[in-house]
Design a protein around this ligand. Structure first.
Ligand SMILES: C[S@@+](CC[C@H](N)C(=O)[O-])C[C@H]1O[C@@H](n2cnc3c(N)ncnc32)[C@H](O)[C@@H]1O
Length: 232
């Protein structure tokens, strides 16, 4: 799908110069609240592709059916739920996010069973009760600015043995904290695997966005990664 570069540039500037601008993780959630009702338009304009790719991988590796229960961590406006629905998923999906504004939009899709508001901090447990999910996914949430790598460990406390965890994140490293974050995420996953708690199913490189204004040629996609894991 070809994107309108002018529109993409406007959306990109709104995302990187107006939305993702807080110095604190708490403040960032207020930014998401403010932008929630325009978020879907921004991400359409920049050709945000990771939720669609993640939904496909969930269906493929999670063997999901009508009885399945999926958790979307950092669900935002519920795009992953929409993508799963478009692929014919008829099971249950719950969402968790720190922004009430984003969750309001997700609720309006009427695809999620439960939506929980929680600010995720280092090593925190998830406030989702005792459901053990068949699959958990988190798209565009784990990053230096947002949710720290240590929270990846918590996801494994809420998925069944044999269940799938997919963490989809941007791999582009524009700052030192991006590089540190990506290294920390790798270490966290390695430690889970070394302890026999998880195994890597696959690492799928994907287009995060259809454009990349960080690079010299914005018409080339911005790279992302879908890290697909299994609880062992
Ligand atoms: C880029 S959006 C991605 C939303 C959705 N997964 C998608 O792909 O469209 C990041 C989401 O993470 C949430 N978020 C960021 N930091 C968070 C935190 N510390 N705790 C909980 N949610 C957080 C934001 O509210 C936002 O909805």
């Amino acid at each position: 799908m070809s994107l309108d570069l002018e529109k993409a540039k406007v959306a990109w500037n709104l995302i990187y110069n107006d939305l993702l601008v807080s110095d604190t993780k708490e403040g960032l959630l207020e930014c998401y609240d403010r932008h929630a009702f325009r978020y879907d338009q921004y991400i359409k304009d920049i050709g945000y592709n990771m939720p669609a790719k993640t939904a496909k991988l969930l269906m493929e590796y999670g063997s999901l059916g009508p009885e399945s229960e999926v958790l979307d961590v950092g669900a935002g406006t519920g795009i992953l739920g929409k993508e799963l629905h478009n692929l014919g998923y008829t099971g249950k999906i719950d969402g968790l996010d720190g922004s009430s504004g984003m969750l309001k939009v997700a609720e309006s899709r009427k695809l999620y069973r439960n939506l929980v508001q929680q600010f995720l901090t280092a090593d925190c447990a998830l406030d989702i009760g005792d459901v053990m999910y068949d699959a958990i996914a988190s798209v565009g949430v784990f990053s230096a600015l947002q949710v720290g790598a240590s929270v990846a460990k918590s996801l494994f406390n809420h998925v069944k043995t044999g269940g799938v965890v997919i963490i989809s994140y941007r791999v582009i490293e524009t700052t030192t904290s991006d590089s540190e974050f990506n290294a920390e995420l790798k270490d966290t996953i390695k430690s889970l695997c070394d302890k026999g708690k998880a195994s890597v199913i696959a690492e799928h490189s994907t287009d995060l966005y259809g454009v990349n204004f960080f690079a010299g040629d914005p018409s080339k996609p911005c790279p992302g990664m879908c890290l697909c894991l299994r609880k062992t």
